[in-house]
Design a binder for this molecule. Structure first.
Ligand SMILES: C[S@@+](CC[C@H](N)C(=O)[O-])C[C@H]1O[C@@H](n2cnc3c(N)ncnc32)[C@H](O)[C@@H]1O
Length: 301
């Protein structure tokens, strides 16, 4: 756990974590993975120039960006990025970036599509991270956000029958475990709007996320039922997971070229590459590129 400073919220640090093996592989979450992909295929553009998966982890969902020419795989954890790189390979198409969502190193007009999935629930200051993401998205772009929903059916029933003290109807985020938050849909909508996004379609997922259903129902049936229920997320957002499709208003803007993609996360100055270092015209701070990963977490000393 990276400790907070006055200007920096604490970070849920996955460095060295075995998230892929511990959470996904052989862990009975094929249903969750499948229903998330159904929504991404509806909400993300089919292709384009440059896409970013913010908090991409080991790159689980990168193949949903197959139609994009360049894909930024960004995460705070270097080891997660190494895992992503081992799975996806070191091609020119993938740009691996270690950085902090609270201090993103991307120029304006960097992306025409972006995703934040299973990440905002770790953010103590979600509005700050959304503002950072917004800064890199071009006019006309699409940004898809997934969040863990405190206004879900189970929580509503437990609250009604006095089995839980906290109210699913109150708007403030619920930190149920340190650096793990559930959000009210209205709180997220407000945070998206204040960051400069226009929320559009909403979908709800993982309606059947119960051990009992997983035991008795075939996976294909569960996924088909979820697909039918997902559009309810617009009017009745009561599933454990919500996805929001957002737009940046305005006529589509040309994206910056690849050699102008980065800015200094500390000073905001444009960065250019010299060998395996990124630096600004003023010189310092400088940032390393190590084994194909742009390291914009800590400057070179
Ligand atoms: C639960 S994993 C989700 C990974 C991937 N999006 C997925 O759906 O499989 C959460 C990821 O968020 C990243 N993360 C958490 N806080 C972050 C921050 N402040 N900046 C960048 N990444 C962060 C973690 O390193 C981790 O890889």
């Amino acid at each position: 756990m990276t400790q907070p400073t006055p200007s920096q919220p604490a970070i849920c640090d996955y460095e060295g974590s075995t998230y892929r093996a511990d959470f996904w592989e052989g862990k009975g979450r094929d249903y969750e993975d499948a229903v998330e992909r159904l929504i991404l295929r509806r909400f993300l553009p089919r292709g384009g120039k440059r896409y970013a998966d913010f908090g991409a982890g080991f790159g689980r969902l990168i193949n949903e960006a197959a139609g994009f020419e360049e894909v930024v795989v960004m995460d705070y954890s270097r080891t997660m990025l190494q895992d992503a790189q081992a799975r996806l390979g070191r091609s020119d198409r993938f740009i691996y970036v270690a950085a902090d969502l609270y201090k993103l190193p991307f120029a304006a007009n960097a992306f025409e599509a972006g995703l934040l999935c299973r990440v905002v629930h770790h953010l103590a200051d979600a509005p700050a991270a959304l503002r950072q993401i917004r800064n890199g998205m071009a006019a006309g772009s699409t940004f898809v956000l997934e969040f863990a929903n405190k206004l879900n059916l189970k929580a509503m029933l437990r609250y009604a029958f006095r089995r839980q003290a906290w109210s699913p109807y109150s708007r403030e985020p619920l930190e149920f475990v340190r650096l793990n938050f559930d959000f009210h849909p209205a709180y997220i909508r407000e945070a998206l709007r204040s960051a400069g996004f226009t929320p559009r379609r909403r979908a709800a997922a993982s309606w059947l996320r119960l051990g009992l259903f997983k035991k008795v129902l075939p996976l294909r049936l569960m996924v088909s039922l979820d697909r039918l229920l997902q559009p309810l997320g617009g009017m009745l957002p009561y599933a454990p997971q919500i996805f929001v499709e957002n737009r940046i208003e305005g006529a589509p803007t040309a994206l910056v070229e690849r050699d102008q993609l980065f800015k200094c996360p500390i000073t905001g100055a444009p960065l250019h590459r010299e060998g395996d270092v990124l630096l600004s015209t003023e010189g310092n701070p400088r940032w390393a590129i190590r084994d194909g990963i742009y390291d914009l977490k800590e400057p070179l000393s």
